[in-house]
Design a protein around this ligand. Structure first.
Ligand SMILES: [Zn+2]
Length: 281
């Protein structure tokens, strides 16, 4: 403000001088004086522009810092997703941009940013693009993993308690040692029996010793078997969802009382189902 008043004051004095002493030399001096004032004003304007630009750059730097912090958070989120989804981390290096082609956009840059800032912003932009692509790939993989988990035997097929475990045990009828190929879950007659995973019913009928039995192929190497049922609610060739009712518990076949004999097979071999029934979906 003070400067402005002084500038105006000088201009006024110059004009008065030019009118008072109107010799050619004096007029030239007055002309030079006006030009000098004009240059001063322009310099002041340039200074103002510089200040505005600096303020703009400071704001940009703050914005850049925020974006970088966001990028760091995205990285952390991505790494947590990989952990949660038990995915191969080497496929998702969030610090590296994925190998894709592209064309630099060299047009329409109205403001020339300092090269360092411009580089940082460009790097950040491509980092965000890369993170976005990797996150959406990760998301679809996680969805696949969820579908995959529906196919894996998980949880108890029926409400009750485990009355006999997998392994060698005395036969309940004649006391001789025999291999018990599943677990027995004691449960009242007629209790609904559920599938422990999605799959296709490959057998529903009577098998020697097993009585009324349902066998389900889960398409991933796993097969489950549910034996001694009183009633079967599914038929061979039927597609079943996780938890669907397939039978009612009973005591058909080689059995001393109402229970479900549950087996898990993997790649054609019977395995201990205990770890599977103790899991939760
Ligand atoms: Zn059994």
């Amino acid at each position: 403000m003070v400067v402005a008043v002084m500038v105006l004051g000088c201009a006024g004095v110059g004009a008065v001088l030019a009118l008072t002493f109107s010799s050619p030399r004096d007029r030239a001096l007055a002309q030079i004086h006006r030009l000098q004032q004009q240059i001063d004003r322009q310099n002041a304007q340039v200074g103002g522009v510089r200040q505005d630009a600096q303020r703009g750059l400071d704001a940009l730097a703050v914005k850049l810092g925020q974006l970088q912090a966001q990028s760091t958070r995205l990285n952390a989120l991505g790494e947590r997703l990989i952990e949660v989804g038990k995915l191969d981390a080497s496929e998702f290096d969030f610090d590296q941009p994925p190998g894709v082609g592209g064309v630099e956009d060299a047009s329409g840059n109205a403001y020339a940013l300092p090269p360092a800032l411009d580089r940082s912003i460009s790097q950040l932009a491509s980092q965000f693009d890369s993170q976005q692509a990797q996150l959406s790939a990760l998301q679809s993989l996680l969805l696949d993993a969820r579908i995959e988990s529906n196919l894996k035997p998980t949880g108890m097929p029926v409400q009750g308690y485990i009355s006999s475990y997998f392994g060698v045990r005395p036969d309940p009828f004649d006391g001789r040692s025999e291999m018990h190929t599943g677990i027995d879950i004691a449960t009242p007659y007629g209790t609904p029996v559920h599938t422990v995973a999605e799959g296709m019913v490959t057998f529903a009928g009577v098998r020697n010793g097993y009585g009324n039995v349902v066998e389900i192929d889960h398409g991933n190497g796993y097969m489950t078997r549910y034996a001694h049922n009183s009633v079967l609610d599914v038929h061979a060739g039927q597609h079943v969802q996780v938890g669907e009712v397939i039978a009612q518990a009973g005591s058909t076949g080689h059995s001393t009382g109402s229970h479900v004999h549950f087996e898990v097979w993997y790649d054609g071999r019977v395995i201990n189902p205990l770890a599977f029934v103790r899991k939760h979906r």
